[in-house]
Design a protein around this ligand. Structure first.
Ligand SMILES: Nc1ncnc2c1ncn2[C@@H]1O[C@H](COP(=O)(O)OP(=O)(O)OP(=O)(O)O)[C@@H](O)[C@H]1O
Length: 259
């Protein structure tokens, strides 16, 4: 598989604090990778850098566009999103006063930029496109078992379902990479197990690369093909789940002592 994202020597300083120090990583097409590490390790900062929410102090981020790896340095969040990088946030960011369906439709509008005249005069193709968008949104909601809640306000959904809707919104952008920031945060074990199955399913079905930050180790170890471990802003280890589970430096970083 080809490399889809290549990060080299990324550094982010906040004043005197180096939150991300010389971090390099690579994602391949169709890979499901986890980024883990103790609190304050710099995981969310890395996500914010990769998705253009903040810019790096130094280092390079490159993303595959057809045959080339193009630089994402200095690109704005919306430009990175439109290239095919979608994300969810640690704290849910839905449009709470919109329906479940509308939340998904808004995320889809980027793909369907109807011409001005077409939308003013409502040519038949305008309605065809509208029907097509609606069908896609419904199909996506059905995969996540959210079609029955389509007309409910997002704010009226239970917490675990809101998190699921966030992922649907990310997918609605038809991304090449989906960044999930703590998708299981606040979920009970049953909801987490459901989510694990769902993430695996969508990754296979949509052929996308997934990078996820997660504290729930059952989810990480069950789901990730590969894991990167950050500690105090530095990349401490990289490997398969079983390699990471046995890595002495990782165990020390988590437990604060050997073995
Ligand atoms: N905007 C900011 N200004 C100053 N310091 C920041 C900023 N954002 C993050 N930091 C600091 O950078 C370090 C890394 O934070 P970050 O949120 O990336 O860690 P994390 O691994 O995501 O932690 P957690 O697992 O608790 O969410 C922390 O010391 C944090 O206080």
């Amino acid at each position: 598989m080809r490399t889809i994202l290549k990060v080299d020597s990324l550094v982010k300083k906040f004043g005197g604090l180096t939150a991300v120090s010389n971090v390099s990583l690579q994602l391949k097409e169709d890979e499901l990778v986890a980024l883990i590490g103790p609190n304050g390790a710099g995981k969310t900062t890395v996500f914010n850098l990769l998705t253009g929410v903040i810019s790096q102090t130094s280092g390079t981020i490159r993303f595959r566009e057809k045959e080339d790896l193009i630089s994402l340095n200095n690109k704005k969040a919306y430009q990175i999103a439109s290239l095919g990088c979608a994300r969810t946030f640690q704290n849910i960011r839905l449009f709470k006063n919109m329906t479940v369906l509308d939340n998904v439709l808004v995320a889809m509008t980027n793909q369907y930029k109807e011409g001005f005249l077409k939308s003013i005069f409502r040519f038949p193709s305008f309605y065809r496109t509208e029907d097509e968008i609606l069908k896609k949104a419904r199909d996506l909601l059905a995969i996540f078992d959210l079609d029955k809640d389509m007309y409910k306000l997002a704010s009226n959904l239970p917490y675990g379902i809101q998190r699921r809707l966030e992922i649907v919104r990310g997918l609605a952008m038809q991304p090449k990479i989906l960044f999930l920031d703590e998708p299981a945060a606040g979920m009970n074990p049953e909801e987490t197990a459901d989510l694990t199955r769902l993430i695996r399913k969508i990754q296979k079905q949509f052929h996308i690369t997934v990078l996820l930050i997660e504290h729930d180790m059952s989810l990480v170890m069950n789901l990730a093909e590969r894991i990167y471990v950050l500690d105090q802003g530095k990349m401490l280890a990289e490997g398969t789940p079983s390699e990471i589970q046995q890595n002495k430096a990782v165990i020390k970083a988590y437990l604060g002592e050997e073995g």
